[in-house]
Design a protein around this ligand. Structure first.
Ligand SMILES: Cc1cc2nc3c(=O)[nH]c(=O)nc-3n(C[C@H](O)[C@H](O)[C@H](O)COP(=O)(O)OP(=O)(O)OC[C@H]3O[C@@H](n4cnc5c(N)ncnc54)[C@H](O)[C@@H]3O)c2cc1C
Length: 477
């Protein structure tokens, strides 16, 4: 059967966070738009990533709040948990958001949605089912998936990843988690609080890209909650038995067997490059993903790549940011470029761990020892004290002139507090801007102002300033 040819201004491969944002922007700006998706509309974030993980964490937080006995006069109780019903809550959360990403919504906007696998068959030509799409511009937004590490004995059919863990209806007795980035840590805490035994294994420390002083606060909470954390270990072997899985690990030079009921892999992501036929379109790629320049153009200048497949930071807000860059390039012919200097990211554990810009370590690498780091702790924040939620701190890194380079926050609502610092970095503000803010009392935001104030404390209350003030008192005013 001959294929139907569609000529279009723009064709997008993948209807996840990146592809959907490009499609919505392009069609509303008047471009004829084709969007191709081989699986679920919404991609990873909606179906197997951000949304189900945050819904599961929310249930876990409720359970933890029930148990808490930290405010006098309120007795904590062991909550009754029906894990299967918790999964209904997860599915309902997806269902409520799904219409935003649906075929119906996008067709309503005027997008031609094709639900097929697709691949390049030429430099401007894509094959998808019975269609051939000839596009002036093409955007690859095909995403990524979990890396399954090559470990002796590991059967990839018998492990869990983000793709199937959310459909598990029975609470794991003992969840073994390989990998301790945001996905591994979030899933570990969620399952622990819902009643599983949990053990984490990583060949580095947990959350290695975050500020390690702040990570200590989170690690201590995870340990207090009963999660076993094995850092700097090598998983040598996996043995799958009927209802048991056994990991042989090397820890402190010794071999150790740890047995659990389920194995979850959260050890990094790999780009969905297979089968895309990139070589037919002259699009270069490597193991990290499609190679792009700062304008997100590939080696074929009419083809762009966004989101996880573009080899950069892998977050939904990055995919959305990429979409904006591509829309400016394609629709407005503005040579917009990516800039990650104020990129925030959050691990939605409890306490949350948030980062924007440079950590102390990366700032020292770039700027040397002239950087300055100031801190403020939540146990000195009145709102945190009233709420008995005092675990955490903020650390802010500046250059020697007070220009803000990065901020790291661990504590309740750290993910909400971090945006102020992203704005400050993106606008190249000095720390005086935050020190001079009027912040409502009592809020957690005061921790930001207080850290900024700390930058000036030694200078302000010095003998030199006191002498100046004394002199000034002699002048009539
Ligand atoms: C457990 C977990 C939790 C996460 N939590 C967060 C979070 O809290 N915050 C955050 O910012 N990020 C989070 N992320 C990361 C976030 O999900 C991704 O960064 C984001 O989904 C990437 O969007 P994307 O559009 O690049 O790719 P995807 O969402 O993966 O979409 C790609 C789409 O392309 C389709 N596709 C692939 N190849 C083809 C083809 N050949 N033809 C047709 N269609 C194709 C796929 O089916 C898929 O639907 C999380 C990830 C995981 C795994």
């Amino acid at each position: 059967m001959s294929k139907e040819t569609i000529k279009t201004d723009i064709c997008i491969i993948g209807a996840g966070s990146g592809g959907l944002s490009v499609a919505a922007g392009a069609v509303q700006l008047g471009l004829s738009t084709v969007l191709i998706e081989r699986a679920e509309m919404g991609g990873d974030c909606l179906n197997t990533g951000c949304v189900p993980s945050k819904a599961l964490l929310a249930a876990a937080k409720q359970a933890a709040l029930h148990r808490k006995k930290n405010i006098q006069g309120i007795e904590g109780n062991e909550p009754q948990i029906d894990f299967s019903k918790v999964k209904d809550h997860v599915i309902e959360s997806i269902d409520v958001i799904a219409p935003n990403d649906s075929v119906e919504r996008f067709e309503g906007l005027g997008v031609k949605v094709i639900k097929e696998n697709s691949r390049f068959v030429g430099r401007d030509l894509i094959e998808a089912g019975n269609y051939l799409i000839k596009a002036k511009k093409i955007v690859i937004a095909a995403g990524s998936r979990a890396v399954i590490p090559a470990i002796s004995g590991l059967d990839k059919e018998r492990v869990f990843t983000n793709e199937n863990i959310f459909s598990l209806r029975q609470l794991p007795d003992h969840l073994l988690v390989i990998g301790a980035g945001p996905v591994g840590v979030e899933m570990a805490q969620a399952h622990r609080r819902l009643g599983s035994e949990v053990s984490i294994f990583t060949n580095r420390e947990i959350l290695p890209r975050d500020d390690q002083k702040n990570v200590v606060v989170l690690r201590n909470v995870l340990l207090e909650e009963g999660i076993k954390i094995h850092e700097h270990v090598r998983v040598k072997q996996v043995k799958h038995l009927d209802t048991e899985v056994i990991l042989t690990i090397e820890e402190n030079g010794k071999s150790l067997d740890v047995s659990g009921s389920h194995l979850l892999i959260g050890a990094g992501r790999k780009p969905n490059l297979e089968g895309l036929g990139l070589e037919n379109a002259g699009v270069e790629f490597d193991t990290k993903g499609v190679k792009v320049d700062a304008r997100l153009r590939t080696s074929n200048k009419n083809i762009f790549a966004v989101g996880d497949i573009a080899g950069g930071p892998q977050f939904t807000h990055v995919a959305g940011y990429h979409a904006g860059i591509v829309i400016r390039n394609i629709c407005f012919k503005i040579p917009a470029k990516v800039n990650y200097t104020a990129l925030p990211w959050v691990t939605y554990s409890d306490p949350e761990l948030a980062q924007t810009g440079l950590t102390e370590v990366s700032a020292r690498d770039l700027h040397g020892d002239s950087i300055k780091v100031v801190e403020s702790h939540l146990n000195e924040n009145d709102r945190a004290i009233a709420e008995r939620s005092t675990k955490g701190l903020i650390r802010v890194v500046t250059d020697k002139n007070g220009r803000i380079l990065g901020a790291s926050i661990v504590g309740a609502n750290a993910g909400e507090l971090i945006s102020l610092w992203s704005l400050a970095i993106s606008q190249k503000l000095k720390i005086s801007s935050v020190a001079g803010l009027i912040v409502p009392y009592p809020t957690l935001s005061e921790v930001s102002k207080r850290a900024a104030g700390a930058w000036y404390t030694t200078k302000l209350f010095s003998d030199k300033t006191r002498n100046i003030v004394k002199l000034l008192q002699k002048i009539p005013f």
